[in-house]
Design a protein around this ligand. Sequence first.
Ligand SMILES: Cc1cc2nc3c(=O)[nH]c(=O)nc-3n(C[C@H](O)[C@H](O)[C@H](O)COP(=O)(O)OP(=O)(O)OC[C@H]3O[C@@H](n4cnc5c(N)ncnc54)[C@H](O)[C@@H]3O)c2cc1C
Ligand code: FES
Length: 373
Amino acid sequence: MSATTPRTHRFANGLRRALTSRLAAALTYPHGVDRYLEQFAPTASLTEVRAEVVAIRHQTDDSVTLSLRPNGNWQGFRAGQYVRLTVEIDGVRRTRCYSPANSVHATDGLIELTAKTHAGGFVSKFLKQRLTVGTTVGLSQAEGRFALPDARPARVLLISGGSGITPVMAMLRTLTDEGFAGPISFLHYSNAAKDQIYAAELAGIAAMFPNLQLLRGYAEPNQGGELEGLFCRAHLNAVPDFADAEAFLCGPPGMMKAVQKLWADEGIGERLHLEHFSAAPAVLADSANAEGDVRFIRSERLAQNSGATLLDQAEAAGLKPESGCRMGICHACTCRKASGRVRDIRTGEISDAGEADIQICISVPVGTVTLDL
Ligand SMILES: Cc1cc2nc3c(=O)[nH]c(=O)nc-3n(C[C@H](O)[C@H](O)[C@H](O)COP(=O)(O)OP(=O)(O)OC[C@H]3O[C@@H](n4cnc5c(N)ncnc54)[C@H](O)[C@@H]3O)c2cc1C
Ligand code: FES
């Protein structure tokens, strides 16, 4: 890596100021400076985080691991946080959340994302089957409160299932890079040994760090794990002081529910930190009984209410609102509702009709709704 001298730093700052000036904006109108910078380097941007895909590997049949080199706008992350990744698929930009799995101390400057492919999943299938090395992708800065605390806990318990391993893998790699000396227990669950993401890395880290207790469980029998079957209370017999640990959990909804219930029953719920990758809606979209219109005031468009979420309806109307998780977690889709009532599909609750900021990915109109979009 080349050293940055005060002179080159001043030059870079001066150049940035010039490129973000009103004059530069006027000279490059209507496309903006970024569009011209892209001609020289596809990841160049004054403000956006963009990254080049520099390597792709396939750890298992239904996962893909990407190494991304971000541009200089990337501000780094805390182990456990996620980014919103945007890719262009057949001319349409699609955004989903992924949790970097690398250590925050990695010296190669790369971000590592691992996605599990979902049958019928738009973005994960694209990443697995069609993304190529050299492609430029969009990223948000790191987001989310699920992260290792700055004051490292004395004892750490990591519990993950399937692709939920990614944020806790970042935590494990970060702690071992720091030479963390306290006890770490890692319970990881997969369907079968062949489906286990980061199998080799985990085994390698466990061999090097005697303070790591690695316990693997598999849903299928005879897979050679230390644990039998799905998560249950008996699995914690091997971790006798689990109640004293700060626990970090990410996995499929059923597993997360079981762990949450146990922690609540033990009266240690405040020691459990969790990240959801998916959320089942409590209320399904009801197109048969949908009434009224959706009015998008800024873009001057009007659509008949289809009963779908406002995010889906906005996209169907040709708009491109910001989005990320599409399930009420990341708040990227938050929009001003000027009037009308909406139902929250997670809870079934209906809002009042006044002005409010709403997450359009989990809001379904109840009658006519006007949005500042
Ligand atoms: C904070 C956060 C961090 C995340 N980090 C990761 C990560 O590191 N690695 C990773 O693989 N995924 C991660 N996800 C999930 C990821 O964002 C996508 O939801 C997932 O890749 C599916 O996207 P898709 O476009 O392929 O599927 P979509 O086209 O959005 O959905 C297709 C179908 O798959 C189902 N589906 C979508 N997501 C899931 C899921 N997670 N589990 C089961 N069914 C699902 C949907 O219900 C739908 O039926 C994270 C999600 C959040 C909110
Ligand atoms: S897209 Fe994440 S909250 Fe709506």
